[in-house]
Design a protein around this ligand. Structure first.
Ligand code: SOE
Length: 390
């Protein structure tokens, strides 16, 4: 049967642009999606850069102004992978134009922006989704299944950390991720958002938080200075203030009575991208580690005493979500597959006109926790995430 297709316009072409482009290229080859994505145009302000990206990443054309991309009748889905300070304007324009929208995480730089974007998405009635890709690692899906089926019993603990180390060197330049007006926050909103979304996915809503943030390196070379360009009048290298957190840690209470600990840092020497969590329940535990993303550690109190202990489930059997579309058991998947799975579910959502989770409402819930952690870090008080507008 001839399957339909939907024109995709991707705004942004760096790291997430490459990950999303790869997913659009792959999804229809491995999943029976209808519509299938047609890679109509990629957009970026630097013409040389976006032209090269179009050529190397497989896009039919390119645009240098997102307004032109959104105005195109051959584009039905707009995907936003730009820095957080542009999410709101691009999403609102795409929704206004009646497009389906996928937005990278976190949804916005502030809670009011996220609330406005959620309301606009509801008014638009098109499909909306936030790219919290780690939900779609098969082992994360299994963790949620075990919790949802009650096989871990009453959930008592959620324990998560997302550890990176790429900015530990004080000479690392003041990139956009370290400027609050562009990125909204630092490790908290970038990688902390992932473990908040995973907590919502696996355990459920968070009712209150208390947290702290820290900025270890407070001044960094400006990017041009770092590239050997600008020098200050005094002959010293030009520097700028880091206006975001380098690390965040917070406690949480969940609505279901569980308690949570969260840590997000870019100063965990040796941890390149370690996103991990553990859930402890009255009947067992599960533990996930992105560095071993095809495995889930499980423990069940009901196992016979002589064989009780954590064991490793290889989550590659065909009856897990997504795995059967790829390779035989034991042939493992990678980081990029979580984006292909995201696009598969997005295409399925567009087919039936239903926004696949995580939707903009999930994105708003995450933004509310981020805002509550920042508020708590400033006040030293337990803080309840805002739910107005949900
Ligand atoms: C940088 O911290 C980053 O690219 C995040 O922005 C992504 O969401 C994460 O998947 C990998 O690291």
């Amino acid at each position: 049967m001839e399957r339909g297709e939907i024109g995709v316009g991707l705004v942004g072409y760096k790291f997430m642009g490459r990950a999303h482009s790869n997913a659009y290229r792959q999804v229809a080859s491995f999943f029976d999606v209808d519509p299938a994505p047609r890679m109509a145009a990629i957009c970026g302000r630097d013409e040389a850069g976006v032209k090269e990206a179009a050529d190397t990443l497989g896009w039919d054309s390119y645009e240098t102004d997102y307004h032109d991309l959104i105005a195109r009748d051959d584009i039905g889905l707009v995907d936003i992978v730009t820095p957080g300070n542009t999410h709101r304007e691009i999403v609102l324009a795409a929704l206004e134009a009646g497009k389906h929208v996928l937005c990278e995480k976190p949804l916005a730089n502030t809670l009011p922006e996220a609330r406005e974007m959620l309301a606009a998405a509801r008014d638009a009635g098109t499909v909306n989704m936030v790219c919290f890709n780690y939900r779609r690692a098969p082992a994360v899906q299994l963790a949620r299944k075990l919790v949802e089926e009650g096989r871990l019993g009453e959930i008592r603990h959620w324990r998560a950390s997302y550890l990176q180390d790429f900015i530990m060197d004080p000479s690392f330049p003041l990139i956009w991720r370290l400027q609050k007006e562009v990125s909204g926050s630092g490790a908290l909103g970038d990688i902390g958002a992932h473990i908040i979304d995973l907590a919502h996915f696996v355990v459920g809503p968070i009712s209150e938080v208390t947290g702290m943030t820290e900025t270890f390196v407070k001044e960094r070379p400006l990017e041009e200075a770092s590239a050997g360009g600008g020098l200050s009048a005094s002959g010293g290298e030009e520097t700028g203030e880091v206006t975001v957190d380098d690390a965040a840690a917070f406690l949480a209470r969940f609505e279901n009575g569980a308690i949570g600990t969260f840590e997000a840092t870019r100063f965990a020497a040796g941890r390149r991208n370690q996103n991990s969590f553990e859930v402890n329940g009255s009947k067992g535990s599960v533990a996930f580690d992105l560095e071993r993303m095809n495995e889930l550690e499980v423990f069940f109190t009901e196992d016979e005493p002589d064989v009780q202990g954590f064991r490793t489930v290889s989550v590659t059997e065909p009856d897990h979500p997504y795995t059967g579309a790829w390779w035989p058991p034991g042939h493992i998947l990678g980081y990029e597959h979580t984006f292909v799975h995201t696009m598969k579910d997005l295409m399925d959502g567009i087919k039936v006109g239903k926004s696949p989770a995580p939707t903009f409402e999930d994105g708003y819930r995450c933004q509310a926790v981020l805002a509550a952690v920042e508020q708590s870090a400033a006040s030293g008080e337990w803080t309840t995430p805002e739910t107005e507008g949900i």
